[in-house]
Write a protein that binds this ligand. Structure first.
Ligand code: NI
Length: 292
């Protein structure tokens, strides 16, 4: 069956289930949100992401019933001794994610994917399950990619909880890190993240790959950094995926290990609600910013 034929019914299914006009808008970057798309998010009717995930999984005949992907686990790399870099890919999974996973697998590199709940649902678990079996980390990037600081606590919870639920149902993974869209956070967002057991992970290297769709520029920006960095990219842009082989080659030549966020910070769990931008923050992170 042609995968593309499925996309439209799934998009409709999601819209029907989410009932929120904003969910149709793909905000594809950490850059400028378009004001009209999120200024007045309509209240959402009851919506059950677990039921949605069950329906989606039910459409995957090749998956044995009730089996979940198994992660190979962290590799015990000590990033205080070895040079590490954490590559992160936001806003997917999308149509180029499979190609990116192939590239990472060829280089034995691991990364972290900050997924959107509605993209995870559209993915029907395919790329998500691959991420788990190939040792990558999955993080929560909210359901709709709205600027959380502008939302009510209840709406922030909706964005986080539903994404937790759909990823859990599709992969068995309970995510422990989240990244607020646009890096937009405050004490209110931190409180909701803490409630869901999620540490807030931002970045210290911004490739601006959503703005400059130029693989060599993305490579240059990604690689001009030192050990312990968290690099922000987006796997929804083909130009970013095209840049990844060169990024991996350049870091590898300098002796870097490509690690997930959990590997970057070590075995101790990051503190829910706290903010992290690179390995320098340490396991305690930084307290949330005040509400402006
Ligand atoms: Ni994003």
């Amino acid at each position: 069956m042609d995968v593309r034929l499925w996309i439209v019914p799934f998009a409709l299914l999601l819209l029907g289930a989410g009932g929120c006009g904003t969910s149709a808008v793909l905000l594809d970057s950490e850059g400028e949100p378009s004001a009209s798309s999120w200024a007045s998010p309509s209240p959402s009717p009851p919506f059950d992401p677990e039921e949605l995930a069950d329906r989606l999984v039910g459409l995957q005949p090749q998956w044995p019933r009730n089996t979940l992907p198994r992660s190979p686990g962290a590799r015990g790399i000590n990033c205080r001794r070895v040079r590490c870099v954490a590559l992160t890919f936001d806003d997917g999974p999308g149509e180029y994610t499979g190609r990116l996973l192939d590239i990472l697998a060829r280089h034995r590199a691991r990364a972290t994917f900050f997924v959107l709940g509605r993209m995870a649902a559209e993915d029907r678990g395919e790329n998500l399950r691959r991420m788990v079996t190939e040792g990558h980390e999955i993080g929560n990037h909210t359901w709709n990619h709205l600027p959380l600081t502008q939302l009510s606590p209840g709406r922030i919870r909706f964005e986080l909880v539903n994404t937790q639920k759909v990823v859990r149902r599709l992969t068995g993974v309970r995510m422990t890190v989240m990244r607020p869209p646009y890096g937009s956070t405050n004490a209110k967002v931190a409180a909701e993240a803490r409630r869901e057991g999620l540490a807030q992970v931002l970045w210290d290297v911004d490739t601006l790959d959503w703005r400059d769709r130029n693989p060599s520029l993305v490579t240059q920006r990604a690689t001009q950094t030192g050990p312990g960095s968290i690099v922000l990219m987006h796997d929804i842009h083909p130009t970013t995926v095209e840049a990844v082989p060169a990024i991996l080659d350049q870091f590898a030549k300098r002796g870097y290990a490509f690690v997930t966020l959990s590997e970057l910070y070590g075995v101790r769990r990051l503190i829910p609600g706290r903010q992290y931008t690179s390995q320098k923050d340490g396991i305690r992170g930084t307290p949330p910013a005040a509400i402006p």
